[in-house]
Each structure stands twice: as structure tokens, then as C-alpha cells.
Ligand binder design. Structure first.
Ligand SMILES: O=C[C@H](O)[C@H](O)[C@H](O)COP(=O)(O)O
Length: 230
């Protein structure tokens, strides 16, 4: 499922630049995916050098990596605020709206990213687009799959159950649910589609992140392009 045309160096530049913007004493949302991982590793090095931060992980993988690199962790319900969240994206448009969930982590990511005072997306140039058009990952209660498929179809989408690669059967999220990748073609009104999907019974969370990002750091071959919400 995960596809990206970006290079590791582009992702590293974006992740490391975002980590540099973390201040002493910050509570940091730790996103999921290969780009956010560079930020987590950079934070680990900064902690070694004396930075005082607490990380709130968004997935099994981000928790594991943060532990490995020595970022102190708290669960979301153990912190009173999140100062900044750093997270990747599968596609981004010029309004900073995003599609996330290529790694099926979007439900917890959305809670953490939305709770953050400042949400920074880290990406490579292959993720940017004028209009969002990738399939939208939709996390669904397993028993509701068929009903949600019918509702997605009625909304003009084409749902496909995400299947595991090294196991028979579906991908099961960190929350015990399944994922429908829903192809809506070019998404002219992301906010309207986000509201429609959120209203479908059985949908736990969808991967449209509309109006949430404050800034996007796009790593390029020779630097980082910073875009902020106007
Ligand atoms: O579920 C996964 C997350 O939404 C990731 O942040 C997203 O898929 C981007 O990952 P990557 O940086 O590996 O392309």
C-alpha cells in the first residue's frame, strides 16, 4: 500500500528541520511513517544533548522507535497539552489539507495532531498536489464493513478492503479495526467529503485531515521548503 516517490534524503531534511523547531519543555506529538521517523530520531539525538521533551506516540511503530532512540514518552491521556505534533502525509494540497493513513495510523494521528497547539506536516515533493486525489483510508469497525462499503459507494467512492501483505486477510489497525481505501477520484471539496465520511455509522476515522496543519515542511534535494497556513 505504501508508495512514495520521495528520497530518503528529502524525508530526512524535512523531519530534521521540524525537530529543530521543538523547544525545551515541549510535549511533542510523534507521527507515524518514514518521514516522521526522521524527526523522532533527531529528537532522540537532541534528548541525548540535553533537550527536555516528552513525546506522545501515534502508533505502535512510533512508540517503539521513540523508545529505541530515548525520547521519554507519555500516553495522550497523561498529558494536559501537546505543544507541537510532527507527522507525515500521503498527499498534500496547496491549502495544506492532507490525506493520511497509508500506514493505517490515521485515527490516533488525527487525535494527537488535532490536539496539538501547532501541527507540522513533514513530506517530500512527491506528496504535493494541486488537488487531493489519492484513495482515502477509512478505518472501520470490522462488523460494519459491508454497510460502510455501501455508504461509501453512495457517496461516489470505490472502497477496497486493505489486505495484509504477509498474512492472509485484512490489515488490522492498532485499534483492532479494518481499513477501506476509498477512491473518490479528484476531491474538489475535501471538507464536505470529510464531513460526509465522518457521519457514516461504523466509520472510526477517515484519513482526510482538513484545516488541521499549521505548516508543511517539504524536504527537497538541497533544503526544506516551508509552507504555512495563510
Ligand atoms: O498511517 C500512516 C501515516 O498517516 C503516515 O504519516 C503517512 O502514511 C506518511 O508516511 P510516509 O512518511 O512514510 O510516506
Amino acid at each position: 500500500m505504501k508508495t512514495t516517490g520521495g528520497t530518503d534524503d528529502q524525508k530526512r531534511r524535512a523531519g530534521e528541520r521540524a525537530a529543530e523547531a521543538v523547544d525545551d519543555g515541549d510535549v511533542v506529538g510523534l507521527g507515524t511513517g518514514s518521514t516522521a521517523a526522521y524527526a523522532i530520531r533527531a529528537l532522540g539525538r537532541a534528548v541525548d544533548d540535553g533537550l527536555d521533551v516528552v513525546g506522545v506516540p501515534t502508533s505502535f511503530d512510533s512508540r517503539q522507535l521513540a523508545r529505541e532512540v530515548g525520547v521519554p514518552l507519555r500516553a495522550l491521556d497523561e498529558v494536559e497539552r501537546i505543544d507541537v505534533a510532527i507527522d507525515g502525509a500521503d498527499q498534500l494540497d496547496s491549502r495544506l489539507d492532507a490525506i493520511k493513513g497509508g500506514g493505517a495510523a490515521h485515527a490516533r494521528e488525527k487525535v494527537v495532531d488535532a490536539a496539538a497547539e501547532r501541527f507540522v506536516v513533514v513530506a517530500d515533493p512527491s506528496k504535493t498536489a494541486e488537488t487531493l486525489s489519492r484513495s482515502v483510508p477509512v478505518e472501520v469497525l470490522p462488523d460494519a464493513r459491508a454497510a460502510v462499503e455501501r455508504d461509501v459507494d453512495a457517496l461516489g467512492g470505490e472502497p477496497t478492503l486493505r489486505r495484509a501483505e504477509r498474512k492472509d486477510g485484512p490489515v488490522v489497525t492498532d485499534n483492532g479495526n479494518v481499513v477501506l481505501d476509498c477512491d473518490f477520484g479528484a476531491i474538489a471539496e475535501p471538507a464536505a467529503l470529510a464531513a460526509d465520511l465522518a457521519a457514516v455509522p461504523g466509520v472510526v476515522e477517515h484519513g482526510l485531515f482538513v484545516g488541521l496543519a499549521d505548516a508543511v515542511y517539504v524536504g527537497t534535494d538541497d533544503g526544506v521548503e516551508v509552507r504555512t497556513r495563510e
